[in-house]
Design a protein around this ligand. Structure first.
Ligand SMILES: [Fe+2]
Length: 569
């Protein structure tokens, strides 16, 4: 049975395809069109999924959409969710099966008669919960999804057991922990869609002196419920204006003048970052952390389940995630690699297959995030030849790469399938020595990062506790851990001001090429970790060999390993 999940007309447009419950392929539209968090319809992603599987369009049994117009109807009548440029009727039409069928046919370049699939809808947060639970190793787990808003819900929790997901409660719009955080990202000048990570990074530079103020803005109501003080916000009155221009998602300002009266004027996009901005960021981060830990502790006290499958945009907050095992009674944490709305296409397909069709769950040891397109070795060779680059004659390129890294070089790595993640996890990465200040400065310049941005590292999983104070693994780079005292001096260039580093833990089975480079590097340098930054500047993960080679040539990178072919500048 073939199930195609589609997230469309929303940030993180994407598609994912299952065959008898097995995840075969998944990709975000942004990797094809180069627009971060691309909205619109995922024509390229759908075509990729169907072509990868090698089926004809008539063989798609079900198409599942992570949006349910019948969910939370009373709220929807009360508040109007607006999308600029669209009337309510137009929005309804966009999501009508007839319209989706027409667009899928367009993506696959066939007529509508060839799309014979049946359609099914899954509520937004159920799709988030499903993405995390069904790819987790847990038989039984607490489930939690937190984001800005989806189907008029901002937070949902429940329990997953076997192949079933049981939602137990939710927080409804306009109250939203995610919108609280996004509003402050905007207030601090990070106005582009998905720039909440900058608020988190900035928070390490300040003290939370406005925490008491934040408690009055995001208010504890009663167990498992948080509400916003709506005096500070606009969206409960005028709705949320989420729209897209040329496939870029846009969100209008969420807060009003009252917030500026209390905390001072908002920071303009190009204005200097002052102490007050760092203090506000630290206070917002602390409020977010305390609310999420409180929810998790309450869920644990009700269910006594030590496992957590966590999802939603807020689950990208690696600083918060890194402390869950210490601040709560939760012991084992799994967060899906594409935890934001891009992951909804896969989550909806999984929810439909396991929960609705009641199929037996396929056991998984560790979910693989390498689900996107790959490119043939002949295409890679031809791209290299076209640029007249010289391939180094070596039987062991991984060892050569590790020696170059040890010598302070910056090396790009291009191999296999594109990551199903916001982060490069070793198939489209730039690597360097984590203790080399000069190399890290160069990488920050290449990636166009802010002065306060932190650089993640990848570490062999067996050595995690030698370097970090960590109680769980982090296979998808979604946890920041405090560095242990003894190694702080060596890791100084990658540590944030509060002593944390964002970490990817790696077993050989997950990514043998990256693991082998790390192992050679460890033998040479006695260090089992290196910097793992994305290839690209203000762009999504790069997809093709041609784009990668152009990026390598145009930037300050010393070498590139492409599917076993090593090139030095
Ligand atoms: Fe969401």
């Amino acid at each position: 049975m073939v199930v195609l999940g589609i997230n469309s007309y929303h940030s993180g447009a994407s598609a994912a395809i299952l065959v008898d419950g097995k995840i075969v392929a998944a990709a975000k539209e942004e990797i094809f069109n180069g627009i971060s968090s691309s909205a619109g319809f995922p024509y390229n992603s759908i075509k990729f999924c169907v072509d990868y599987l090698g089926i004809s369009p008539v063989e798609i049994d079900y198409i599942v959409i992570p949006r349910n117009p019948l969910a939370r109807l009373p709220s929807k009548f009360f508040y109007a969710l607006r999308m600029s440029g669209y009337t309510i009727k137009q929005i309804k039409d966009l999501f009508h099966p007839r319209s989706i069928r027409r667009e899928v046919a367009k993506a696959l370049n066939v007529s509508c008669e060839n799309i014979t699939s049946r359609f099914h809808r899954v509520e937004h947060h159920l799709a988030h919960l499903a993405a995390s639970f069904y790819t987790s190793p847990f038989e039984k787990s607490i489930l939690l999804s937190i984001d800005g808003i989806g189907d008029f819900t901002s937070t949902m929790w429940g329990v997953g057991e076997g192949n079933k997901i049981k939602p137990l409660g939710h927080i409804s719009f306009p109250h939203s922990i995610g919108l609280f955080y996004t509003a402050f990202a905007q207030y601090l000048g990070f106005v582009n869609y998905g720039e909440e990570n900058k608020l988190m990074e900035l928070s390490s530079l300040g003290d939370p002196i406005f925490y008491d103020e934040m408690k009055k803005i995001l208010i504890y109501d009663y167990p498992l419920n948080y509400k916003l003080n709506l005096d500070y916000f606009t969206f409960h009155k005028k709705g949320i204006s989420l729209y897209w221009q040329e496939n870029k998602p846009k969100l209008d300002s969420l807060f009003n003048r009252h917030l500026e009266t209390r905390l001072g004027p908002r920071r303009g996009v190009d204005e200097r970052i002052e102490l007050r901005h760092k203090q506000v960021a630290a206070s917002v981060q602390m409020r977010l952390e305390s609310a999420v830990y409180d929810i998790l502790n309450e869920l644990y006290s009700q269910k006594f389940i030590p496992n957590l499958s966590y999802a939603g945009g807020v689950a990208y907050n690696s600083v918060l995630n890194g402390k869950i095992a210490k601040k709560t009674s939760i012991r084992n944490i799994f967060i899906h690699s594409a935890t934001d709305d891009a992951g909804l296409s896969l989550g909806a397909a999984l929810y439909f297959y396991y929960n609705i069709l009641d199929r037996q769950r396929i056991g998984t040891d560790l979910f693989s995030p390498y689900l996107g397109p790959s490119h043939s070795i002949s295409r890679v060779k031809s791209a290299i030849r076209k640029k007249r680059l010289k391939i180094i004659d070596t039987k062991n390129p991984m060892k050569l790469v590790s020696l170059d890294l040890a010598a302070g070089k910056i090396i790009a790595l291009f191999q296999g399938r594109v990551e199903w993640s916001k982060f490069s996890l070793g198939n489209r990465s730039i690597l360097c020595d984590a203790g080399n200040k000069g190399a890290i400065k160069r990488i920050k310049r290449i990636a166009g990062l802010e002065f306060f941005s932190t650089i993640p590292v990848v570490i062999m999983e067996d050595y995690l506790n030698d370097y970090f104070d960590a109680l769980n693994i982090s296979p998808y780079m979604l946890f920041s851990f405090p560095v242990k005292k003894g190694v702080k001096k060596y890791l100084y260039p990658v540590i944030d001001r509060k002593g944390n580093v964002r970490v990817q833990t790696l077993r050989r089975v997950q990514n043998p090429m990256l693991w082998d480079i790390l192992d050679y590097y460890r033998q040479k340098m006695q260090s089992p970790l290196i910097v793992n930054a994305p290839i690209g500047r203000d762009t999504p993960i790069i997809n093709t060999p041609e784009e990668t080679i152009n990026f390598f040539i145009e930037n300050d990178i010393d070498g590139i390993l492409m599917s076993n072919l090593y090139i030095r500048k």
